[in-house]
Design a protein around this ligand. Structure first.
Ligand code: F6R
Length: 244
């Protein structure tokens, strides 16, 4: 593995480091194709990127984005959807053209066909240049739960119970967490030319150790990253505490 590991003091340090890396790549290549994640970890990263845009240091008008995943059954207008998250966290604050933002359509009538369409759209765009990833407590990347084949592509998946419990915080009371999602596959994610895995918090320490130092196994989806040529792991001290 040729991973570069950066250990920051805390979650904010992780966000600043990851945002600086994205800013540098976007400066080198304004037409960068970004793979984007949702969840708690990227939120402050997007805040930094929006600040960099306001300060005039970066522009998104020639860039393209592909989000990793979306809940099955949620329309873009649903406040709990990843469409809504991205709008609020990043898209409303920068000049990335609406036509250049891609997120799987969780409300598509034929989700299998939507997954195939999405995978083809990534290929047609030339593939992901820089992929931002978070890490699930169970070792998932995207919504590739333990047991996902390492050669998997964008598809409909069933969410693990632990994932649904972890993400219940994003849903209002009475709104069930969806049971399924569309996600880029592990092979789709590994196809990115460069990957940044951002991890913060003591609750991720076990998963991070298994991902980086354990065997490459379908039981730990993130362990597939060990085979990637250009992987940056940016974590905080709490998440790094079990690394040898
Ligand atoms: C989000 C995604 C997930 C999250 C992971 C960590 O698009 O695909 O894999 O990255 O669940 O989420 P947080 O950052 O909320 O701990």
């Amino acid at each position: 593995m040729t991973a570069a590991l950066t250990i920051c003091r805390d979650e904010e340090g992780v966000a600043a480091h990851v945002a600086a890396l994205i800013e540098a790549r976007l400066t080198q290549d304004p037409r960068l194709i970004l793979g984007l994640a949702t969840g708690r970890t990227p939120r402050p990263v997007y805040r930094h990127l929006a600040e960099a845009w306001r300060a005039g240091r970066i522009r998104f008008r020639d860039a393209v984005s592909f989000n990793i995943d979306e809940y099955a059954g949620l329309a873009a207008s649903d406040p709990a959807s990843f469409h809504a998250y991205m709008e609020e966290a990043l898209f409303a604050h920068v000049d990335l053209p609406a036509g250049s933002r891609h997120i799987p359509d969780g409300a598509a009538p034929d989700l299998a066909a939507e997954a195939e369409r999405y995978e083809r759209a990534i290929t047609a765009a030339g593939g992901i240049g820089l992929q931002l990833l978070g890490l699930g407590v169970n070792g998932h990347i995207g919504f590739n739960e333990p047991g996902s084949p390492h050669d998997s592509r964008t598809r409909l998946v069933r969410l693990a119970t632990s994932t649904r419990q972890a993400n219940a915080r994003d849903f209002p009371p009475g709104h069930d967490v969806p049971t399924h999602a569309l996600t880029m596959g592990i092979a789709t994610l590994l196809g990115a030319r460069e990957i940044v895995l951002a991890v913060a918090g003591a609750h991720k320490a076990q998963a991070l150790k298994a991902a980086l130092e354990g065997p490459v196994t379908e039981g730990v989806p993130a362990s597939a990253l060990q085979g990637h040529e250009r992987l940056h792991v940016v974590c905080d001290e709490a998440a790094a505490r079990l690394l040898s």
